[in-house]
Design a protein around this ligand. Structure first.
Ligand code: ATP
Length: 606
């Protein structure tokens, strides 16, 4: 939600898309109405002209001679007559060869003394409307289609680039918590924007591009806006994915328009989010990729074309730096690269402080506790936790957000919403209880794994139950032993199922998936296998690359991954066998209480 607001503020106006959809709906409606009118006219005409209703001229003369005609209605200039016969309710339509021939018949009958009751009408404009509509129908449909295509192109041409851009950005560096070194580095960019002359007079070239690398939600957009806010310059933003168009050449045209606008607003910041969508390595393929290449080429051309009077700094963000085309990183383009890390403990606490400013917190709330429990969380996730806590507190009618509300919010964000109303069979309850107890007990005996915080068999999100561990301290490296023990903890659930129920279930699928990924990375990315050695076997796109080492390497990788998993599974079973009484006791406690906390769990080990 918060992020949505942010994006709206950026000028990435979602209303545009809504308006575009409404336009399409209106055009479709218009075409449908035109077709509807056409079909209506066609069917009524068809009805009037249906076989039994039509009189040929010979039939008409016969009916006149027989004195069966009550009245004839004739529109001036028309060769179609409306004929009312005596004793027949429905009017008939008579087609005459020409008005002259018919008028001769009328004269003849008058002379014979049996005049025809003829009513002559002048041609009204209204009566001609249906035939005009029918004749204009194809032209109208073509016109509507053309306008629709132009509108779509218009979105491509103008896009969201022009919206809101001149509005002053109100974000400043004070709104960004943590990231002190990064802010320090970026202050230089603020100086370039504020006093470009100072640098150019010295002969320095103003940098053109800064690339921000970091996981989604680490605050890259926030930083870009804060730079514009600090320098008091306009902020133009667009997302890489918005450049990707189904019409060839539109992506490049959007880039051109974006920079045209930037030149007019200089000095300014151009922010391109998700640059990997257009900036991924160029290929020689055709179709969509050629369109992508054109867009990227246009971006490079624009960046190369800045003149010394123009102070435009392009900030781009990505979380997949390895995907970027090398040409983007050359000097004179995005030659400055700044990594935006996931916040550490102090950073998390500071982010929580900033986002709790507009929230009502109970006096005993200690944000440091939440910061300790959320290692690895990004700024966006932390902001989300506070928002969820505020919603939970409101729903529970609390006076202010309590520690419990915050705890619940962390669980909701990490594992999902608690589903207390879901009916669970006794068999499934038992299976989940042993599975979760298995994880918890195994981790308790592994020195590198963090302490158990809560074990529950109440379903949450997609999980039937969960074991929550205390958060780890911030660390930059993970050792091989730690990874091996993680594998054991992950397989503790499956091991308990096998040991106690002598059967295995689908409940362990996620554990197995995570464990296999860790084992594969240990072998192919971190070089942790003695058999294979310290060799990186994955390319930049994460694809396995063993071909150059021959088929034996493929075999060896498979064997090494399997060995790691097998050993971990055996170890998990071993730990549980040795503590089988505790396993039964914790599983029964879980079946009775559904949830046990850290204190209750630790009692089983005293
Ligand atoms: P994405 O890659 O998904 O676009 P991003 O890195 O650009 O993500 P932002 O959109 O800048 O992330 O951050 C989302 C929200 O998270 C911000 O609007 C802000 O509320 C919060 N946030 C992130 N980092 C910080 C921080 N360091 N200080 C304060 N708030 C932060």
């Amino acid at each position: 939600m918060e992020k949505d607001n942010e994006k709206r503020e950026n000028g990435k106006n979602p209303n545009k898309k809504l308006r575009f959809l409404i336009d399409i709906l209106l055009w479709t409606l218009m075409i449908a109405i035109i077709i509807g009118i056409g079909v209506y006219i066609y069917t009524t005409q068809k009805k009037n002209h249906s076989e039994e209703n039509i009189l040929s001229y010979t039939d008409l003369v016969k009916e006149v001679d027989a004195g069966n005609v009550e009245k004839i209605e004739m529109t001036v200039g028309s060769t179609t007559l409306k004929v009312k016969l005596k004793d027949v309710e429905e009017e008939k339509t008579a087609i005459i060869p020409s008005t002259q021939v018919f008028m001769e018949l009328v004269q003849q009958k008058t002379l014979e003394g049996s005049p025809i009751n003829l009513e002559q009408k002048s041609r009204s404009i209204l009566s001609q409307v249906p035939s005009y509509i029918v004749s204009l129908l194809p032209t109208a449909i073509m016109l509507a289609l053309f306008i629709m295509i132009f509108k779509m192109q218009g979105i491509g041409e103008k896009g969201e680039v022009y919206d809101d851009t001149e509005r002053k950005v109100k974000v400043s560096f004070d709104d960004i918590a943590g990231l002190d070194e990064e802010k320090e580095e970026l202050k230089e960019i603020v100086d370039f924007l504020k006093k470009p002359k100072r640098f150019t007079e010295m002969g320095a070239k103003i940098p053109k591009g800064v690339l921000l690398y970091g996981k989604p939600g680490t605050g890259k957009t926030l930083i870009a806006k804060a730079i514009a806010g600090e320098a008091n310059v306009p902020f133009i933003s667009m997302s890489g994915s918005e450049f990707i168009e189904m019409f060839a050449g539109l992506g490049a045209s959007r880039v051109r328009k974006l920079f045209e606008k930037a030149r007019k607003l200089s000095p300014c910041i151009v922010f391109i989010d998700e640059i990997d969508a257009i900036g991924s390595r160029r290929t020689s393929n055709s179709g969509a990729e050629t369109e992508n290449n054109q867009t990227l080429n246009q971006l490079l051309v624009e960046m190369d074309g800045f003149s010394s009077e123009e102070t435009i700094i392009v900030l781009a963000a990505t979380n997949r730096p390895e995907m970027l085309d090398k040409a983007l990183l050359r000097p004179g383009r995005f030659d400055r690269q700044i990594t935006i890390p996931v916040p550490d403990l102090n950073g998390r606490e500071a982010i929580l402080e900033i986002h709790s400013k507009d929230k009502k917190l109970a006096d005993d709330v200690f944000l440091k506790n939440i910061a300790e429990d959320t290692a690895g969380f990004t700024g966006a996730e932390l902001a989300n936790i506070l928002n969820e806590a505020a919603i939970i507190a409101t729903r529970k009618e609390h006076e202010a957000i309590t520690n419990k509300d915050l705890d619940e919010a962390v669980k909701k964000v990490t594992v999902g919403l608690e589903k207390t109303s879901r009916k669970i069979s006794e068999k499934d309850k038992k299976l989940t209880a042993y599975h979760e107890a298995g994880h918890a007990i195994v981790s308790q005996f592994l020195p590198t794994q963090t302490a158990v915080k809560e074990v529950s068999i109440i379903p949450r999100g997609m999980a039937g139950g969960y074991t929550m561990y205390k958060s780890d301290e911030d660390k930059y490296y993970i050792s091989k032993t730690e990874m091996e023990e993680k594998l054991i903890a992950l397989l503790g659930g499956r091991a308990a199922e096998k040991l106690i129920l002598n059967d295995i279930s689908t409940g362990a699928s996620n554990d197995i998936e995570v464990a296999t990924k860790i084992a594969k990375d240990m072998i192919t990315v971190y070089g942790m296998s003695d058999v294979i050695g310290p060799i990186s076997l994955k390319d930049n796109d994460g694809q396995l690359e063993y071909q150059m080492f021959g088929d034996d390497m493929q075999d060896a990788i498979g064997k090494e991954v399997k060995k790691l998993i097998d050993i971990a599974y055996q170890n998990a079973q071993e730990i549980l066998k040795q503590n089988i009484d505790i396993l039964h006791a914790i599983a029964s406690e879980l079946m009775a209480k559904e949830k046990i906390n850290e204190e209750e769990f630790n009692k089983f080990f005293n």
